[in-house]
Design a protein around this ligand. Structure first.
Ligand code: NAD
Length: 294
């Protein structure tokens, strides 16, 4: 089997990025949304993003218009019937996703692959909503999709090896570098990244160093582009907290649990850059000042 036509459900932040890289790589792609307004918004963001690539000289104007010509947008799932691969990128909600997969399973041709871009829900659990468990996998892209080179290809205990190869090959055809991971909470990246970030909070709570010094230490000592507190403010304290809860729920080990300070910041709505306050205060966005948290 070969992947020729792609479907993407959801045209938000991730769905629009996935659709963009698929059409740019030459795949005829159908993308759906819940209403016309969101569909138009998603398409406009793909158009803007491709325009930027033309301005940067990475794409010609003709390549941009050819790519957009391969993009079909729809409000009905029936349009996915002849896709070879359908990638779900809707809201992170188990019931929502299971309902969608049950419907896709009924509508899409039986040999097609179904994939989820979920960050935290078990691929195995989503797979149970379908009657094609061996043709189900995770394709976890990173934000912003057009720039981030990694795709985690997630296999379950029943994913067919041919399907795994198709997933890896598809990611490569998008110009990405795939890595293979088993269906475990956090996959590879978040399983390693989130405990590192939450450990920085514990180190701070234990008096190991100040927020600025821990950030500086990891930047200069490990050549990281930014320190852990700056990174958590970027990702969002709500997101870091939620992934830590999910990892703790899966592994039941203290090292995965959200530390008390992170939980209090989450409860207080201090989500980082998106709310203007996190480990740093972004009142003056160009010159963030550390918050007094202890
Ligand atoms: P988002 O809110 O920007 O987009 C989700 C979109 O799905 C919304 O526009 C919504 O209207 C649409 N939608 C909901 N139900 C739908 C349905 N039944 N049919 C069609 N469209 C529907 O969210 P996002 O950040 O793009 O996240 C989408 C998925 O990607 C989530 O599972 C998330 O965990 C995962 N993810 C997110 C990131 C990230 O950094 N944001 C990274 C990797 C993976």
């Amino acid at each position: 089997m070969e992947i020729r036509k792609v479907g993407v459900v959801g045209c938000g932040l991730m769905g629009s990025g996935i659709s963009q890289v698929a059409v740019a790589a030459g795949f005829p792609t159908v993308v759906s949304e819940v209403n016309q307004e969101l569909l138009d918004k998603g398409r406009a963001s793909i158009e803007r993003s491709l325009t930027k690539l033309v301005q940067k000289g990475e794409f010609s104007a003709e390549q941009r218009s050819q790519a957009l010509g391969r993009l079909q947008s729809t409000l009905t799932l029936e349009e996915f019937a002849d896709c070879d691969l359908v990638i779900e990128a809707i809201v992170e909600d188990l019931d929502h996703k299971k309902r969608l997969f049950a419907e896709l399973d009924r509508l899409v041709k039986p040999e097609a692959l179904l994939a989820s871009n979920t960050s935290s829900i078990s691929i195995t659990e989503l797979m149970t909503a379908t009657r094609r468990p061996s043709r189900f996998l995770g394709l976890h892209f990173f934000n912003p999709v057009p720039l981030m080179r990694l795709v985690e290809v997630v296999k379950t205990v029943v994913t067919d090896p041919e399907v795994v190869q198709l997933g890896l090959g598809f990611a490569r055809r998008l110009g990405k570098t795939p890595v293979l991971t088993a269906d475990r909470a956090g996959f590879i990246v978040n399983r390693l990244l989130i405990p590192y970030l939450t450990d920085a909070v514990r180190a701070f709570e234990e008096g190991c160093g100040s927020i600025e010094d821990i950030d500086q230490a990891m930047k200069l000592g490990c050549n990281h582009p930014m320190g852990p507190f700056t990174l958590m403010d970027f990702i969002g304290i709500d997101t870091v907290h939620s992934i830590a809860e999910i990892l703790f729920g899966e592994y039941r080990e203290k090292r995965f649990a959200p530390p008390p300070l992170l939980k209090r910041m989450f409860l207080a709505g201090m989500y980082g850059r998106k709310t203007g306050k996190g480990f740093y205060d972004y009142g003056d966005a160009k010159n963030p000042k550390v918050n007094r948290l202890l």
